[in-house]
Design a protein around this ligand. Structure first.
Ligand code: HEC
Length: 97
């Protein structure tokens, strides 16, 4: 009887350890993604060719930012559709008219 309890306990411990290892391996990647705020994305993507003051010195409507970001993609700015939308959102909120 006694041995059996110990055995069950060690299986549970092993399972818990496994789960802990699994969980501790997975989140950092997910967290890393989530930590990229719209501002960081903007700073990363839009500082590659010119100063961030170029966009920061402007005040545009959402439609104008959409056009501008589209033009930057034409200039060679590497953005996915989602990233472009995030940056347009950030710019129109913080540098809107
Ligand atoms: C691959 C290089 C590149 C990247 C990355 C880039 N730009 Fe540009 N940007 C340019 C070039 C070239 C010009 C000048 C020609 C032009 O205006 O299209 C410019 C000009 C500008 C101007 C001034 C032009 C105007 O009409 O007022 C703004 C504002 C601007 N970029 C914003 C941004 C924003 C916002 C991002 C990020 C989404 C960005 N840029 C990313 C190349 C880039």
């Amino acid at each position: 009887m006694r041995e059996r309890k110990v055995c069950t306990l060690s299986v549970m411990l092993a399972a818990a350890f496994c789960a802990a290892t699994f969980i501790s391996v997975i989140p950092p990647a997910a967290e890393g993604d989530e930590k990229i705020t719209p501002q960081k994305l903007f700073e990363q993507k839009c500082s590659q060719c010119h100063s961030l003051d170029d966009p920061r010195s402007q005040r545009n409507t959402k439609a104008e930012w959409t056009q501008l970001v589209k033009r930057m993609r034409g200039n060679g700015c590497d953005l996915s559709d989602d990233e472009a939308e995030t940056i347009v959102g950030y710019l129109s909120k913080n540098f809107g008219k």
